[in-house]
Write a protein that binds this ligand. Structure first.
Ligand code: ADP
Ligand code: NI
Length: 213
């Protein structure tokens, strides 16, 4: 087999090409952050670093948002790896991870290997913290969804959840603050706690500035 680093370089090139032009919150920059975090977790919990890196690079390569609502990442992962000098067992392992890591799979997702759990944690962590705030706002902006709607405008009576309809703040409560309990590895839970604390502080300040404590 070719040198692992040379293979990763070729995968990186292919993924960057296929994902070029995708918006900031969900393009190669997201992949690079997932890769960085996945490496940090792997260094602490073990697992096959080569598989972790390949899966991190490939996990969103055929994201449904950019392919008419059809998730094609696992298919593209196989396609890319088949053209490289990578063994069949690794191709199957990586595409199984890519196919089963997404939040959207829910209960249909199959049990992930340690390497899969690492990349899944790294992907979920990218929805938290300062980056998570920015990505939520970016996502909302592409869909004309406001980050916040004042209590006076949304008919809500619970001020602690002001503006939690279809808003960015709503997304914090409905999804992002639940992610911490879904993480697989201890290092990821540790990082998540810090990132969630930052988001809660941001929300407190935001609502205070809006006069809705
Ligand atoms: P990934 O595929 O990387 O796991 P998603 O495609 O689910 O992530 O989401 C990309 C980003 O957009 C995340 O930061 C997520 O929190 C944000 N996002 C997803 N759905 C919504 C929503 N309904 N409102 C606001 N932000 C959202
Ligand atoms: Ni992702």
């Amino acid at each position: 087999m070719e040198e692992p680093n040379a293979i990763i370089d070729q995968v990186a090139e292919q993924v960057s090409e296929r994902m070029s032009g995708q918006q900031a919150g969900h393009g190669v920059d997201h992949v690079l952050r997932v890769l960085k975090t996945a490496r940090e977790i792997q260094a602490q919990v073990g697992g096959d670093r080569f598989v972790v890196e390949l899966a991190a690079w490939l996990h969103d390569v055929g994201d449904a948002k950019f392919h008419d609502g059809v998730e094609r990442s696992a298919e593209f992962a196989r396609e890319i790896l088949r053209d490289l000098d990578v063994g069949n067992d690794i191709i199957e392992h990586v595409s199984h991870i890519v196919d089963n890591l997404s939040f959207r799979k829910g209960s249909a997702a199959k049990e992930l290997s340690l390497e899969g759990k690492i990349v899944q944690d790294a992907d979920r962590l990218d929805a938290l913290g300062a980056i998570g705030i920015v990505r939520t706002i970016e996502f909302g902006a592409t869909r004309g969804q406001p980050f916040y709607v004042s209590e006076a405008n949304d008919g809500s009576t619970d001020s602690s959840k002001a503006g939690t309809g279809k808003t960015g703040i709503g997304h914090f409560h409905e999804k992002l603050f639940k992610l911490r309990d879904l993480l697989n590895t201890e290092p990821a839970k540790h990082i998540a706690a810090e990132r969630e604390q930052f988001m809660r502080a941001f929300l407190d300040q935001f609502l205070r500035e809006c006069g809705e404590e």
